[in-house]
Design a protein around this ligand. Structure first.
Ligand SMILES: [Zn+2]
Length: 98
């Protein structure tokens, strides 16, 4: 089976739902969904600790691309890293941002 080269949350079919859930999450969540530390909303991308929306179960592993139950706030540093909890904690320890 050929792999689709674009994800549903990126190519438009689920983009609106993803964006709407992203707004809800940013409005209600203030801590990292992975390590539980505060996420600083004053930080902007490309700062490694700027907030981003992370998939709890990665889309590549079958997680829902846009359902709110599969989304949480996390710092940008964890994006694309397999061991996200460890990446998150290690970065914070190294940078002193805890
Ligand atoms: Zn974290």
């Amino acid at each position: 089976m050929a792999k689709p080269n674009v994800r549903p949350d990126h190519n438009g079919t689920q983009r609106a739902q993803f964006n709407s859930n992203k707004k809800k999450i940013y409005a209600t969540q203030t801590v990292c969904g992975i390590c539980g530390k505060r996420v600083d909303f004053k930080l902007k991308f490309p700062h490694p600790l700027s907030p981003c929306i992370d998939h709890i179960i990665p889309v590549a592993k079958g997680g829902d691309p846009s359902d709110i139950s599969n989304l949480h706030t996390a710092p940008d540093i964890v994006g694309g890293i397999a061991d996200r909890g460890r990446a998150c904690r290690r970065y914070r320890v190294r940078s002193g941002t805890r």
